[in-house]
Design a protein around this ligand. Structure first.
Ligand code: NAG
Ligand code: NAG
Ligand code: NAG
Ligand code: NAG
Ligand code: NAG
Ligand code: NAG
Ligand code: NAG
Ligand code: NAG
Ligand code: NAG
Ligand code: NAG
Ligand code: NAG
Length: 552
């Protein structure tokens, strides 16, 4: 420290001496250039000249390394090298007894050695202040050095760089981070404006740093999946989160009972959603946690859901015989498996014929038990009767059902009674009729109706024209594998009564009209005879009179 101080003191003392010792009219000493502005580390040539016309000594006083380059009779040219900082070189002379000196102003400029933007946070929350810090080292003259903080090409702040150039100078600016700042490049630029000195404007720019901004909602991810799942089924687990930015960079993890699912994630605008198929395996039976973790900007948001995973084998419904002959016993059995219980075993009537018949089950069969059964004697009405078995399982406070139905088939002989086949038909001749005759049975019976007398077939169905020949007694015979049945059908065709009536009317009319006509005729004839007889008598009288006048 001490030598430096003395070195820097020397020019000062000399300057003081010059001021004290030089006077007007004395020997002239000059220095060229009087002012210099140069880049640090470069060299400068200084010409000291004097007008002293006596013996003189001429020199240059500087703490800078110097070399004498050339000299004339009244001048000396020196070179100053390694000019690191501002200095005031001093030309001095001893002209006779007079000492004189002249000094020059050497101003040094230098570019900043480093311009650096402090690292940015890897993720900056949107809506929070972000302070950009620019560190400038070196760079003189400071009065002409400014720092500009940039976002891309846009100037955020322009500030003078002050302080000691040997120390790091920090320039800061605070910006409110927005979504638009995501992936924006920030940088810091220094400007050394030497245009005043006729040099130029020098810029140094830091490496740019890219910012990542993010925003997370206050809400939690939304899980969308049924909470009660059956072993052996497949489901799609959906997890979504609205209001996060940048959604496309969010990661979603889904797991069930510690097992990672393999989700497909899509992010658009500010919604991220992930779907993953979930295979409900037997190992998962019980309660499991479904977790959805959304990860963005080293932050996580998590949602959980408790899944109740159950296995519920369907009940089995068995009929001791799915097809039974009429009267045969049938045992209906409904059996539940696993932890489920049979809650109901009922039957529903089959066709319209058995509408009124309701199978009455023992009341105890309505109580839950692992197995319920009953036996019935099959009747024709039980044909196509459906049995319904329902098992229930309680999972997470909810009752789940599995139902089964089965149909009973009863083989029964043909049925052919009055309601199926009317025994008496009375039809007018030439009318159109429909003859209904239907036998029942399982298997479906074959029905034939034959007239006893001549074996003619009864026309079943639509009869276009009723003919009197159809009249007669028919024997209807229904047969299937279970038996046979016969029923007589009387078909009366009306045609006599109609004809008799006409005849009766005609006969009656004849009976009335014939005597009347006869009477009228006889009367008229009698009258005509009388008139004729009178005419005859008159003619005869006239003839008699003629003959009397002319005798033959
Ligand atoms: C130094 O200055 C003197 C006086 O101005 C001049 O005559 C001389 O040529 C100069 N020397 C150089 C090398 O410029
Ligand atoms: C020196 O020069 C000055 C003018 O510059 C002159 O007046 C003076 O007489 C000179 N002296 C000698 C000794 O030559
Ligand atoms: C951000 O900083 C500015 C001043 O630079 C201040 O006015 C504002 O309240 C700050 N905002 C937040 C969210 O901190
Ligand atoms: C930031 O710079 C990187 C490369 O350095 C470039 O890929 C990116 O597009 C720039 N960002 C903007 C917003 O210009
Ligand atoms: C600063 O800029 C100048 C020219 O503008 C260049 O010569 C110099 O090397 C730069 N300095 C750094 C540290 O990049
Ligand atoms: C149902 O069966 C139970 C025994 O299993 C019996 O005690 C009860 O009387 C029966 N009820 C009816 C309505 O048949
Ligand atoms: C079924 O028929 C048998 C005789 O064939 C009879 O003993 C039994 O009581 C009947 N069962 C029912 C439920 O009617
Ligand atoms: C199964 O049966 C139960 C009654 O035991 C009923 O509540 C439920 O709706 C039925 N489910 C189906 C799918 O038919
Ligand atoms: C058909 O009707 C007649 C009377 O018209 C009656 O005597 C006879 O018993 C009836 N037959 C049947 C099978 O109903
Ligand atoms: C028509 O048939 C009935 C029996 O079905 C019989 O009594 C009657 O005599 C028959 N009439 C004729 C005209 O054959
Ligand atoms: C009809 O049934 C009786 C017994 O009921 C049987 O003897 C007869 O052979 C059966 N007829 C036909 C054609 O099946």
């Amino acid at each position: 420290m001490a030598p430096t101080r003395t070195r820097s003191l020397l020019p000062l003392l000399l300057a003081l001496a010059t001021v004290l010792m030089s006077g007007p009219g004395d020997a002239q000493i000059s220095i060229f250039p009087k002012e210099a502005f140069l880049q640090r580390g470069t060299s400068l040539q200084v010409n000291c000249s004097t007008s002293c016309n006596q013996t003189f000594t001429l020199g240059l006083e500087t703490k800078l390394p110097k070399t004498e380059l050339a000299s004339g009779h009244n001048w000396k040219l020196f070179e100053l090298t390694d000019i690191e900082e501002d200095s005031r070189p001093l030309c001095f002379e001893n002209c006779g007894t007079i000492q004189a000196s002249a000094s020059a102003y050497v101003t040094v400029y230098s570019f900043p050695e480093s311009v650096e933007l402090d690292p940015l946070p890897s993720w900056q929350p949107v809506g929070k202040n972000l302070t950009l810090r620019c560190q400038v080292h070196g760079g003189v003259p400071r009065a002409q050095l400014t720092a500009v903080l940039l976002r891309g090409e846009v100037e955020l702040s322009r500030q003078p760089v002050t302080g000691n150039p040997r120390d790091l100078t920090e320039i800061t600016v605070t910006v409110l981070a927005s979504r638009d700042d995501h992936q924006a490049n920030f940088s810091c630029r220094t400007e050394l404006d030497l245009r005043r000195q006729g040099v130029a404007l020098f810029q140094n720019i830091s490496e740019s740093r890219q910012l990542q901004t993010f925003e997370l909602p206050v809400t939690l991810p939304k899980l969308d999946t049924p909470v009660i799942l059956e072993v052996g089924t497949q489901h799609l687990v959906l997890c979504s989160l609205q209001g996060l930015f940048p959604a496309s960079e969010a990661q979603v993890h889904l797991e069930v009972g510690g097992q990672r699912l393999n989700p497909t994630t899509t992010g658009s605008r500010d919604l991220v959603s992930a779907t993953a198929p979930l295979e409900v395996t037997a190992e998962l039976e019980g309660t499991q946690q479904l977790r959805c973790v959304v990860e963005l900007a080293e932050q996580t948001l998590e949602a959980q859901e408790t899944l109740s995973i159950y296995s519920f084998p369907a009940p089995t419904l068995t009929l001791s015989e799915p097809e039974v002959s009429e009267g045969g016993p049938v045992t209906v059995k409904c059996e539940a498996h696993g932890r489920s219980l049979v809650v109901m075993l009922t039957s529903a009537p089959a066709g319209p014929r058995s509408r009124e018949i309701q199978l009455t089950l023992n009341a105890s069969s309505r109580l839950p038990s692992p197995e319920i059964q009953f036996t019935l004697n099959a009747s024709a009405e039980d044909h196509k009767r459906r049995f319904f078995c329902s098992a229930a399982l309680k999972v997470a406070g909810q009752v789940l059902y599995k139902n089964l139905t089965m149909e009973l088939h009863v083989l029964y002989g043909p049925r052919l009674d009055e309601s199926d086949c009317l025994g008496n038909w009375t039809w007018p001749e030439r009318s159109q009729q429909t003859l209904k005759c239907q036998a029942w049975g399982n298997p479906f019976p074959k029905l034939t109706c034959i007239r006893e007398t001549d074996g003619a077939l009864l026309p079943i169905g639509l009869v276009k024209t009723v003919k009197r020949e159809m009249n007669g007694t028919y024997m209807c015979h229904a047969v299937n594998s279970q038996g046979n049945v016969t029923r007589a059908v009387f078909l009366t065709v009306l045609y006599h009564h109609q004809n008799n009536l006409v005849i009766i009317i005609l006969v009656t009319l004849a009976a009335i009209l014939v005597p009347m006509a006869t009477a009228i005729y006889l009367y008229n004839r009698q009258r005509k005879i009388k008139i004729y007889k009178l005419q005859k008598a008159q003619e005869e009288t006239a003839m008699k009179l003629k003959t009397q006048a002319t005798p033959p």
